[in-house]
Design a protein around this ligand. Structure first.
Ligand SMILES: Nc1ncnc2c1ncn2[C@@H]1O[C@H](COP(=O)(O)OP(=O)(O)OP(=O)(O)O)[C@@H](O)[C@H]1O
Ligand SMILES: [Mg+2]
Length: 293
């Protein structure tokens, strides 16, 4: 039995009756383009549409989500992995009943886990599939191996890009690194693009077209356009107030944009749903791809 098969068996055994949660990974090539803000606002929008939502902060640098959310977690995934804590005890419940898990140093240690730790982690993570319908993972920016392994494990990637020229080239570099990763499976992952900080809809679409043209020419990696979020000073204010704009300013232009994107995302095609692997499957692929690397 090879490693991947072993992991599949662990998942099968630990799986509860619940259907696998929808795992969405938010990423970008360049830093500071609006990933964390998008993750939080989409979480609010999914929650408003009746979904149970958990945000998973996998950015090992700055603790973005907790600052934007105004919710300070007491524990992280590291407490689960190394101190045997239950998954339910590492979830912090924030505004609107949105759950939040901090990856903490637990993320960086994933490569070196022994079999018992892996069993325990996967068993706990598969519980998340019965607690949440949607799990949004906020990653750090760029082509660091740690980020790419997360993307390779994702069924659904949201790539945030902005009109700054460096954002476009960094988005391309990220997609190139993803495409060429030995564990990447184009049949199991869809990449969806959001244009952020744009003047108007047209600029958003043009930005996507520009990226898509180069990507189709040189990488042949299918992309999908999800929509755009305007440059909006109210977002800056909301971030300062540690309250997501979707909650603090429900009528703001950018809140409307998050609503539109969430509506589009609610209509997920059947074939995309079919490849859903849930949170347990997600981490099993990360562990497998890191051991293979
Ligand atoms: N549409 C927008 N309009 C105006 N400002 C925005 C918009 N989106 C994000 N911002 C601003 O950009 C800043 C960075 O956003 P955010 O922290 O979400 O980016 P990030 O990609 O998660 O950054 P990092 O790479 O550091 O994790 C926010 O503090 C906010 O002030
Ligand atoms: Mg961030």
């Amino acid at each position: 039995m090879d490693q991947a098969e072993g992991l599949r068996n662990i998942i099968k055994k630990s799986q509860v009756a619940a259907p696998a949660a929808r795992v969405i990974t938010v990423t970008s090539g360049k830093g500071g383009v609006g990933k964390s803000n998008t993750a939080i606002n989409l979480a609010v929008q999914f929650k408003n549409r009746g979904k149970r939502v958990i945000i998973f902060d996998a950015d090992f640098g700055l603790a973005n989500i907790e600052v934007m959310f105004g919710a300070i977690p007491k524990h992280s995934l590291a407490d689960l992995i190394y101190h045997g804590m239950d998954i339910k005890d590492v979830i912090t419940w924030g505004p609107n009943g949105i759950g939040f898990i901090s990856g903490g140093s637990g993320i960086t240690g994933l490569t070196n886990l022994g079999k018992d730790h892996i069993n325990f982690l996967i068993k706990n993570l598969s519980e998340l599939d019965s607690i949440a319908d949607v799990i949004i993972i906020d990653t750090g920016a760029g082509i660091a191996e740690a980020v790419i392994t997360f993307l390779v494990a994702s069924g659904e990637i949201l790539l945030i890009t902005t009109p700054e020229p460096t954002s476009l080239t960094d988005s391309y570099s990220l997609l190139k690194a993803l495409k060429h990763h030995p564990s990447f499976r184009p049949d199991l992952t869809v990449v969806k693009v959001i244009s952020n900080k744009v003047e108007d809809q047209e600029e958003g679409k043009q930005l996507y077209n520009k990226l898509n043209m180069v990507v189709q020419r040189y990488l042949k990696l299918p992309l999908e356009y999800l929509g755009c979020i305007p440059q909006d000073d109210t977002i800056v204010k909301a971030v300062m107030q540690q309250n997501p704009i979707s909650i603090s300013h429900p009528k703001a232009l950018s809140t409307r944009a998050f609503e539109d994107i969430a509506d589009t995302m609610m209509n997920i095609p059947h074939e995309e749903r079919a490849v859903r692997r849930g949170m347990a499957g997600f981490f099993a692929s990360i562990i497998a791809s890191r051991k293979n690397a």
